[in-house]
Design a binder for this molecule. Sequence first.
Ligand code: FES
Length: 239
Amino acid sequence: MTMTGGWHPVALSTSIEPASSAGTHIGGGEFVVWRDGSGAAHVWEDRCPHRGMKLSFGFVRGDHIACLYHGWQYDAAGRCRYIPAHPDLEVPKTITVPAYRTVEAAGMIWASRDPEPATAPADPGEVVPVRSLYLAASAETVLQVVEGFPPRPFGGDAGPAGLEPVGANLHRLDIGPDTLLLGLQRLSDERTALHIVIAGPAETYSGEGQKHFLAWTAALRHRLESAPAADAVLSTEAV
Ligand code: FES
């Protein structure tokens, strides 16, 4: 199992600084998410074509990423441009890292393996990041538990909540006047990263609003990992 078709969220936009990289998984496959010096995001296979070192351990220099092991340098398209042990060598065009289409929308970085992927996730306008939550449960189980255990509205009483898909791996959770966007990253069959942002202006949600929904994510994790209802869901899935 590895990246299926369509768009997959791989990180909150705010979690990858310019000139930095991080390793991640989709469908059990390993990927590197990195930003070049200008801030553009890239998602590639996390494997150097030379000896297989993870490129997420490497260093970003301007618009290149350099492998930690022997320093081979790759440009933003994934093509090797420089081999330190052979500085005068014109590097063969065939030495490339598989690179995936990458966009940013809804406060998240998204990747697709499709040469002509479906329309990128709609951008809802201003969002405020909450966090990425890494959970030992399938994406379907995570959604079931979120639906049964929504947060209270920010500064309001509990009220009806609605969860609906707005894309293959993006859900919208309406709670009273507030809306959360939930990006589902299927790390594997049994592990999911839930990337959570608030759809709304920073002047309303920055600070206390973020703390409010952050507290819910801690309770959600506890619910998934220890509550009898969640156990029932997990054990039903395991049958
Ligand atoms: S393994 Fe990457 S440069 Fe050698």
